[in-house]
Design a protein. Structure first.
Lengths: 429, 453
């Protein structure tokens, strides 16, 4: 079932050992009550289930899967300790959802030729999700309230579809058409239009925080499109595109809505009870935590709104220390860096990997640098670390896509037909 | 394969950019963590010492009960505390340096060695404070070669260890160091006007000017400038006018056609005045904000402008800045020595992490003019203060400032000691000089004697 059982075994021991060490730390900090036992059982149980199930999916590499289970259960332990040990059941369940989504992403995205053929469905899917966002979310918001303190963010689900849309049609770059004196590629125009529509929707829904993530994905996809062999995209055009992007960023700052400008230009330390409340508390918590933290359950940041998602980096820093928080981020980075060690074998998968990497790094940067007052504060999450169902599911799906790039299948494309007859066997001559 | 490498390159780029951002974040957090902690509400402040190791502020873990009553009263509004009652004090502005915290050690509640060692001489400061008796005012002195503040006291003042329960009954000005805030400078302003005249017309032409004082001067617009000598000083040159502190002479000098308004404004601006309602700026003394001078210069024939150049009316200068101008004169360079209060700072482990150092301003006026003003003030000192403040070669200028619309008069004295081994510049202010018997020269003598011991 597994190519290298010894490596697989040692990987299991490493992940399990890391989680047991963290649990021991929690036990030393806050005793060993019933909640702790539940937490330990939840974490170790999920580890063991994953280790058992994973070999049934025949993969050429399990690196991403091990990294994923390592990070997910780390986040379960950390989320369960904010302000006291209490097994974060909801987060644990969303982690299982993320693992499931990862499997789905993996299974769907292995065959790049099949994925190329589904291009129109990505556009349709994104369109439908945008329509749902505009029609069914609250007034200029991104969330659909499902009641019982549960809500869903349909725009999150656009991300994986958008990654796929960016990764498709790369080969179309060689087919240029002359329109109004310009050499254009129809697919690039379509993708640009899609990106613009998403940006407009984000603007309308007052969720400019996610905008850089989409722009990051598009930038990665666009760059790899124009760098596709024989596309003859001039360097001048490349520089022009870069300058246009920079100009757009400057204009965006100038013409940003008032609430965004307030965040960009406000001094958080002169408004610690208003706009700067979360960031100032986050930075104080990081300072109090120092390199090694106050110890799990001993922080104060859990009293601050969105401590478990928007400012989760600071909450981890406070309780576990900056060093540990950096290691957690490093684990996430290593996950998206896997394509550097084990290169994808098709340009489609490589583009998809780059887009997923762009989405993850931009999202992490927005969350971490925003909560630490290096850039304007946004409400985006750190994949797998922040709590949140939609984010977990989508992140799991996207990491599954990355995992699929490591174990691709190559088949000849077959036209998709409804009620297609079974292919007739050829008779030997 | 080459195309796949492009994708890998792009992935690397994203990761490298992110890691670079993280590195910048770690550096930022490490550098600013002390500042963040000042907003945490949980601090463990260390002590503040004078130049001889005498305690000026006791820190968080000591309520000061072991010190004699009013032990800290001469430095209360300068050194301050972390209560939030006084914002413009050394402690309030430097809690990050004084906090027993490091990113590695965290907040050390007991045994931390974070401290600020100041340049102040507590004993001399106390003697100067006591010399004021029941009168109010302030005194400041520093080494004009190094910029070390040695004496800086203000009355009334507060012993911060006694707390603020009786704050409703505090006298006005108790919670500020008057050294840092603008006051009407009186005739000490004439030093600035002399410097301006020298810069505009040069020493030869200025010393050639003669104006007559008849006890008052009526300017072209009908404004009357009175002299303190109602019988008049007769015809004088600039040296005599400075020594006599003759208002009509200086009013005529300002109105002279050789003193165009735009040039006066330019030189005053260079000296650091905010002119005609310009935005008031501050200069920084180890975090403590000190007000810059301000005045009105609209028309050299107008009473308001002439009155301002004499040091009355709208003109405001902090005693600190009056003293700093003395350093530019005393040094003979036209550059002010910037004062500093912190000699060194130690961190939570007791290691020195910051040291005070000497800084100079840009050149405000030429070396020659500095030497000229210096000689004029030394002559004034030798002629009028050698008996009052014996034992020192002094360059001085006194001033009387009308305040509360002329109802009260403040007395000022600015000057410097012309001694390479004892380079002290000072400024003394006694408010409502007629309310007591103490004179500025007495305070100056106490100050210099205390510092020379």
């Amino acid at each position: 079932m597994v190519n290298n059982p010894i490596a697989y075994l040692f990987s299991c021991i490493f992940v399990l050992g890391a989680h047991i060490a963290m649990l021991a730390n929690v036990m030393l900090s806050d005793g060993s009550g019933g909640s702790f036992v539940l937490l330990a059982a939840g974490v170790i149980g999920l580890d063991l289930v994953c280790f058992t199930v994973m070999p049934f999916f025949r993969q050429q590499s399990y690196t991403i899967d091990f990294m994923l289970i390592l990070v997910l259960n780390m986040s379960v332990i950390m989320q369960s300790c904010f302000g006291g040990v209490g097994f974060a059941v909801k987060h644990w369940i969303t982690c299982i959802v993320a693992l499931g989504a990862c499997r789905v992403g993996y299974l769907l995205c292995r065959d790049h030729k099949w994925l190329e053929m589904q291009k129109k469905y990505y556009y349709i899917g994104i369109g439908v999700l945008m329509l749902i966002t505009v029609l069914f979310t609250g007034s200029r918001s991104m969330w659909i309230n499902l009641g019982e303190n549960t809500s869903i963010q349909p725009s999150e689900f656009i991300k994986p579809l958008f990654v796929l849309a960016c990764a498709t049609s790369v080969t179309e770059q060689q087919k240029r058409h002359r329109i109004l004196g310009f050499n254009v590629v129809y697919d690039n125009l379509a993708l640009f239009g899609l990106t613009a529509a998403i940006c407009l929707m984000q603007w309308w829904c007052r969720d400019l925080g996610s905008l850089p993530t989409f722009v990051g994905i598009y930038a990665a996809g666009f760059l790899l499109r124009i760098c596709y062999p024989k596309t003859k995209f001039s360097k001048k055009s490349l520089v022009g595109a870069g300058l246009a992007l920079a100009l757009a960023a400057v204009l965006a700052v100038f013409f940003a809505p008032e609430y965004v400008r307030e965040r960009i230009f406000s001094d958080i330390w002169s408004d610690t009870s208003g706009n700067g409340y979360q960031q100032s508390k986050a930075l104080i918590a990081i300072a109090e935590g120092g390199w090694f933290g106050k110890g799990p359950t001993n922080g104060f940041l859990h009293e601050v709104f969105a401590h478990e998602n928007d400012i989760v980096f600071a909450t981890i820093c406070e309780e576990w220390g900056l060093l540990f928080a950096l290691m957690t981020v490093l684990a996430l980075i290593m996950m998206v860096a896997v394509p550097l060690i084990s290169p994808p074998r098709s340009y489609f998968h490589a583009t998809m990997s780059a887009c997923v990497c762009a989405a993850f790094t931009v999202q992490m940067a927005l969350n971490i640098f925003g909560s630490c007052n290096m850039i304007p504060f946004t409400g985006v999450t750190i994949p797998f670390i922040s709590s949140g169902g939609s984010s977990m599911l989508v992140s799991g799906l996207m990491i599954g896509m990355l995992s699929a790039c490591q174990s691709p299948v190559f088949r000849d494309p077959e036209p998709f037909r409804f009620n297609a007859e079974a292919p007739k066997r050829r008779r030997r001559a | 394969m080459k195309s796949i490498r492009r994708c890998q390159f792009l992935i690397s780029l994203f990761i490298v950019l992110f890691i670079a951002g993280m590195a910048a974040l770690v550096i930022k957090i490490h550098r600013e963590a002390k500042f963040y902690m000042t907003h945490s509400g949980t601090m463990s402040l260390g002590r503040v010492y004078d130049r001889h190791g005498d305690v000026l502020y006791t820190g968080t873990d000591d309520d000061g009960s072991s010190y004699p009553d009013n032990y800290f009263i001469d430095v209360g509004s300068l050194i301050g505390d972390d209560s939030g009652q006084m914002e413009n004090t050394l402690v309030a502005r430097n809690t990050d340096k004084l906090n027993n915290y490091s990113f590695t050690a965290g907040l050390v509640r007991e045994g931390g060695k974070a401290a600020i060692y100041t340049t102040l001489d507590h004993e001399a400061n106390r003697k100067v404070y006591d010399a004021f008796g029941s009168q109010k005012g302030c005194a400041v002195a520093y080494n004009y070669k190094t910029g070390e503040l040695l004496v800086c006291t203000s009355l009334p003042n507060i012993d911060v260890t006694k707390g603020y329960d009786d704050i409703a009954n505090f006298e006005s000005g108790t919670l500020i160091s008057k050294v840092m805030y603008g006051t009407v400078p009186g005739s000490t302003q004439k030093v600035s006007t002399v410097i301006t005249a020298l810069e505009i017309m040069g020493a030869d032409r200025l010393f050639a000017k003669r104006y007559t004082c008849e006890g008052h001067y009526t300017n072209k617009t009908g404004g009357v400038i009175d002299c303190h000598n109602i019988y008049g000083h007769g015809e004088q040159d600039i040296q005599q006018a400075l020594e006599n502190s003759c208002n009509p002479f200086f009013a005529q000098l300002v109105a002279d056609s050789d003193m165009p308004l735009n040039k006066i404004k330019k030189i005053y601006g260079k000296l650091g005045y905010a002119i005609n309602g310009e935005e008031m700026e501050y200069f920084d003394i180890d975090g403590i904000q000190c007000e810059r001078a301000s005045t009105t210069l609209e028309d050299t024939d107008d009473f308001r402008t002439q009155w301002g150049c004499i040091g009355q009316g709208d003109t405001l200068v902090s005693p600190m800045q009056l003293m700093m101008w003395q350093s530019a004169v005393a040094n003979g360079t036209g550059r002010m020595t910037m004062p500093h209060l912190i000699a060194k700072v130690t961190d939570v482990y007791g290691d020195v992490c910051e040291r005070g150092h000497t800084e100079f301003s840009e050149q405000l006026f030429t070396d020659d003019n500095a030497a000229c003003v210096r000689q004029m003030m030394l002559t004034n000192g030798a002629n009028h203060y050698s008996e009052l403040i014996p034992g020192y070669s002094l360059g001085v200028k006194s001033g009387t400032a009308q305040v509360d619309e002329g109802a009260k008069e403040n007395s000022l004295l600015v000057g410097f000691v012309d001694d390479e081994d004892f380079p002290i510049a000072f400024c003394i202010l006694i408010e409502d000089k007629d309310s007591g018997s103490v004179k500025t020269d007495q305070i100056a003598k106490t100050l210099l004697d205390a510092l020379s011991e």
